[in-house]
Design a protein around this ligand. Structure first.
Ligand code: ZN
Length: 722
């Protein structure tokens, strides 16, 4: 992929970064670079060129002289100016402020792991902003953050948990399985999907009085509630009150559970019998280690003999889970779901464990790296089935099979940080730091999976482009869109730029375009990115819309932005810089109305981009590459001068923003007689608005909005001031 390079440009400290990296093997160095020029405002250097960025030297129009802001060329040579004045970004400042309040114990020594992660705070704040589109206050945001953070921590310390759970919890290190739900949430939602997993601890095993029905009384690490399960008969032999393995203090994973909601009386909700239960073994416990040795080490995969199997011999086998793959098999009676779990035993011999139909639920309980012990697996000969395998036989979950699991305990990778990363010390200190002092390393422990990928979703700090390395997952970035290309229907490539550099990210969409309007210069927050080495050994970012933790928020177009004074500060038009600097909010009036330019053209409703006029049968949107015959609407393309006491600016806008400025819809406008259309804007002269502005100078390749690229500024949101 040609555009997947990590652009560090001519970074003044690049060599230093690399040498620091080499000196620390096995540890991923992360640096926050503060380019020396990022903290100072870029002054304007005026030149008399006919660029449409006007500044008045005084207060009157007559004195206005056309001046152009000299563009800083990013030509790779000489000083590269990155004009992102991030320390003055009120949004980032608010995040840091909230973070410092939620991590009061943090003394700046890098022990930020107790506080919320940067991603958690940003995602939570943006979620609140989206919920309150009419605007938020810092009080709303902070109280929501406090409440959510307390609830998150409370779930770690429920009021009344059984002693056996509290004991186990001390050594609990595994990561939750992807489908795990808590018992508390089952009660809360009064619903349990078949696909959900319960990671339970047995608090008690008992026989329902007056019956021979075995019940398990279950709790979990995260819940104060408990729930009873009707044990499936296939496990009865393991539930013997005297010497059964299903006794108090045993951990089990269950899935495929159905909930029986209590119907009046004092009866509680209960779980109906499920066949999909695995028993957890702990190799550090003598009894469990003995069981593994005595029962599961005698046989191995190479010892399986089909003729013995036919004589009724059964096996107890164990192997490490190497991979779990889903397959759909087309059979006589339609398609059948199948999961294949590849196991490798201690001698390196591999075998397949296959699950069919509803049994595939069991795979929810497995994770790569765990050890699976199978007592009396059903052994199938591969010659009499449709399974293509080089082996003679494979294993199945038969009616007599019992499964035991030694779960994979997630390793933690030590990630070192540059001292400059310690943002809670405040911008003043990090500004004062001299990179030549070297990196004072503090540490953060992050989960690392069996493939060596490190999960950054709980990384305490903000990640920057320069920090990105191979095998990082759960990355979030905050920056501006510096380029966009789209070649396929479901994939859009976006170049994300922050103070440290720029990188292309490939965004994969599930169905239709869901991001609304997205343009150059827009400030975005994206989470759930995965970084890997693409072709050409350059770093590539990948984002999949439906992945857990994936989000993409266009902050420049966020409805709550202009109404939330805690998230922006008012700038003057003369503060605007010639380079993309993120989103600025100004209070302006409409000016020089006689020069304003209003057109209403057809655009694609979901992405807001205008359509090519040369329409064929099937209209395809040039931006999101989707067929859009059914999703067309008239949309304004407005070019207008805005002004404040400090200057004037020619800018363009579209969509709802243009409607807000013009105070008329495109359809209403088009119904006006031509004469009135011409006269209409003059009624708006000197109306005042709060506007969000972005610099969008660079042209989007292949798009037909050619006229946009001669105007450097887009108004992404507007709000009328009364
Ligand atoms: Zn489109």
């Amino acid at each position: 992929m040609e555009h997947a390079e990590l652009e560090l440009g001519e970074h003044p400290h690049k060599t230093q970064l690399l040498s620091a990296e080499l000196s620390r093997a096995r540890v991923i160095p992360l640096y926050k670079k503060n380019p020396p020029f990022s903290h100072k405002k870029l002054g304007f250097r005026f030149k008399s060129l006919p660029e449409k960025l006007y500044f008045t030297s005084g207060m009157t129009d007559n004195e206005a002289s056309a001046m152009e802001v000299e563009r800083c060329q990013w030509n790779g040579g000489g000083e590269r100016e990155v004009a992102v004045e991030e320390e003055e970004d009120p949004f980032l400042q608010f995040i840091e402020y909230a973070k410092s309040l939620l991590s009061p114990d943090s003394d700046g020594n890098g022990d930020d792991s107790k506080g919320p992660s940067w991603r958690w705070i940003v995602s939570r704040i943006l979620r609140t902003c989206i919920a309150y589109s009419s605007g938020v206050t810092s009080a709303i945001l902070l109280s929501d953050l406090f409440q959510a953070w307390n609830e998150l921590n409370k779930s770690g310390a429920p009021k009344k948990q059984s002693e056996c759970i509290l004991q186990l919890k001390k050594k609990h290190k595994r990561a939750k399985l992807p489908n795990t739900v808590t018992i508390d949430s089952i009660y809360e939602k009064k619903f349990l999907s078949l696909n959900s997993v319960i990671e339970a601890v047995i608090i008690d095993t008992y026989i329902l009085p007056g019956t021979n029905i075995y019940m398990l009384h279950l709790g979990d690490f995260w819940s104060s509630n408990t729930i009873d399960l009707y044990l499936h008969r296939r496990f009865y032999s393991l539930a013997d009150p005297k010497n059964g393995i299903l006794k108090k203090g045993r951990e089990v994973f269950l899935t495929g559970c159905r909930l029986r909601i209590a119907t009046g009386g004092s009866d509680h909700a209960r779980l109906l019998p499920t066949e999909y239960l695995v028993i957890l073994l702990d190799e550090d416990q003598n009894d469990d280690a003995m069981l593994l040795l005595a029962q599961f080490c005698e046989d191995n995969f190479s010892a399986i003999s089909l003729s013995d199997v036919n004589r009724g011999v059964s096996y107890s086998l164990r192997g490490g889970i190497k991979s779990i793959t889903s397959l759909e098999v087309q059979g006589k009676y339609g398609s059948l779901q199948r999961k294949q779990i590849d196991l490798v035993d201690d001698e390196g011999v591999s075998s397949k464990f296959l699950l069919w139909g509803e049994q595939v639920l069991l795979a929810n309980l497995f994770s790569v790296g765990s050890t699976l012990a199978l007592d009396r697996p059903f052994i199938s000969s591969s010659t009499d089935s449709a399974v293509e395998t080089s082996q003679e036989c494979y294993l199945e979950y038969g009616t007599a099979t019992q499964l035991y699991l030694v779960p994979f305990v997630q390793n933690e990778e030590q990630v070192s940080l540059a001292l400059t990363q310690n943002h809670n010390k405040g911008p003043k200190l990090s500004r004062a730091l001299d990179p030549s002092q070297g990196f004072v390393v503090s540490q953060v422990f992050l989960p690392c999976d069996s493939q060596g990928s490190i999960d950054f979703s709980n990384y305490p700090f903000r990640s920057f482009v320069v920090d990105l390395r191979e095998k990082m997952t759960g990355i979030s970035l905050y920056g501006i869109v510096s380029d966009i290309t789209s070649t396929q229907e479901s994939v859009l490539s976006v170049k994300i730029q922050d103070v440290t550099g720029a990188i292309w990210a490939r965004l994969h969409f599930a169905q239709s375009w869901s991001l609304g309007r997205l343009g150059l210069g827009h400030t975005i927050y994206i989470s759930g990115l995965t970084c890997s080495v693409g072709t050409g050994k350059s770093l590539a970012l990948r984002w999949v819309e439906n992945d857990a933790g994936a989000s993409f928020i266009n902050i420049s177009c966020l409805p709550a932005l202009l109404n939330s004074s805690c998230l922006h500060k008012l700038s003057c038009l003369s503060d605007l810089s010639a380079e993309p600097t993120g989103t600025l909010v100004c209070r302006v009036w409409l000016d020089q109305i006689e020069h304003c330019h209003v057109t209403a053209r057809l655009s694609h409703t979901s992405c807001g981009y205008f359509l090519d006029d040369g329409s064929g049968e099937d209209l395809k949107c040039n931006f999101c590459q989707r067929k859009c015959n059914a999703e067309l609407a008239r949309n304004f393309h407005l070019k207008i001068t805005i002004a404040d006491e400090s200057g004037k600016l020619f800018a363009w806008c579209t969509g709802q923003t243009a409607v807000e400025l013009l105070q008329i819809t495109p359809d209403e406008f088009c119904e006006l007689p031509e004469e009135e259309q011409i006269m209409y804007p003059s009624s708006l002269e000197h109306e005042t608005f709060k506007v969000a502005l972005v610099n969008c100078r660079k042209k989007v390749k292949g798009l037909l909005d050619q006229d946009h690229d001669i105007i450097a500024w887009e108004i992404t949101r507007a709000m009328k001031c009364e």
